[in-house]
Design a binder for this molecule. Sequence first.
Ligand code: MSP
Length: 518
Amino acid sequence: MPNSKPDIYITTPLYYVNSHPHIGHTFTTVVADILKRYYTQMGKKVYFLTGTDEHGEKIALAAEKAGKSVEAFTDENSARFKSVWDTMEIGYDDFIRTTEERHKKVVRNLLQKLYNSGDIYFASYEGNYCLGCERFVTDAELVDGKCKDHGTEPKKVKEENYFFKMSKYSDALKKEFESKPDIIRPEWYRREVLGYLNDKIDDLCISRPKERVSWGIELPFDEKFVTYVWFDALLNYVSAIGYPDDSFKDYWNVSEHFLAKDILRTHTVYWGTMLIAAGIPLYKHLNVHGYWNMSGMKMSKSLGNVIEPSAFKEKYGDEGLRFFFLREMKWGDDADFTIERFISRYNTDLANNYGNLISRTLGMVEKYYVGQDSLSVKNNLPKQHKLKDSLKTLIESYKKDFSVCEFYKTLECMWALFDEANKYIADSKPWDIAKTGNKADLDAVIMPVLEVIRITTYMLGPVMPKVSKSILSELGTTNDTNVSFDDFCSWGFVDKMNSKYSNKKFFNRIEEEKPEGV
Ligand code: MSP
């Protein structure tokens, strides 16, 4: 349980434990981690929740198939998610499992509350059930009779169950989404949701008879049934922060959910109506991204086209992957994940462009300032400079675009600045100036470029924490001080930098003619 009020409360979906973590899950979790580091850099207090979704028919069947007890199976696979996130150095503050008592207690409590208020009733139902999605799907959602995400035919299910009066709250939910233009990012997903809400919304079947599915949270008012897995899992976002204790509001009021479009309907129609019925305000923002595809198909366990993050990290490291994630996917759109594309981005953007700017600049400092103990940056930096103006534009983009997940905009702007700095060096020819021995002229060229490297590297800290730290320390400065973002990014903030370098290469080109895949 958290114990102090955050400025931002970040959540990822709870991942199903029938699967092992792949690049798709990793993306959402890495973005949450990057934003935690970003907001922390901005001086904000962040609380970050992730975890695993462990009940329901799909998980029970997967355990059976694996020949394990469902408890052992869920323990093992939940631990796997946790260990991969630890390997990837994800800075989550809490990892919740839906099988934990702290969560089950809240689910039972809310079910009883809605039952008492008349929002849950008993009836019989018939519909098409997609096991992959763990929900009933409408005919309009099927393509050639199959689920478009899982490529499987839903099965007909007819049974008596408990229902949540979702339809009763659909107008209220529509009003909420209409009156909050930026509640869903990007905006076009909000329009998609308003489209769902224009259609008739059915009530939600929120139980499963134990005789068919026993792996779930027993209904507090009927022991013959367990809770439907979505009605259980969605509540994690409040069970982890102490709902129904009043203190949960400190977190909830600043909640930012991160997820892909596959679970947009459940996070708007289901979760939204559940919140209204429970008397809880809607989340602050729903940040919805597209799919990582491989060969045009969503990367997923059921399609068998997954890349494992740990194997990827072992081969290529994880910092390049974090950069690639943000640079390559426009928030909301789908993107293609191929090793070739990753290598090309890595070599072009990191090794050639940024990496080269660093090594040539530090190489020049080493050569032209030989004999000096350190570089006096602050006193020898021109007050006005075109690189300073470009940095100002970049800092504005970082502040604005990162906070609304438009990462690629800032990165494009940053790489344009690296191009500008590389060209500036080529045009200014410091190697000729050095021959004249005119130190002031040399400073006027070198110091602004060093400032570009220092400030951009600091801004890349949330994206590539390890390499950013090691470049800054090579420069003779650090990012883990109590200095504010604005101070650290101000032109000439650092008095002195190193004048001697280790000739370390921060990004080695990946030389692979034909990547084997991982
Ligand atoms: N258990 C539910 C979520 C319950 S939240 C209360 C679930 N689990 S899941 O394991 O299927 O995870 C889905 C999420 O994983 C997506 O919304 C997204 O965050 C991430 N991704 C899984 N595959 C992905 C891609 N191929 N591309 C992008 N994100 C992907 O749904």
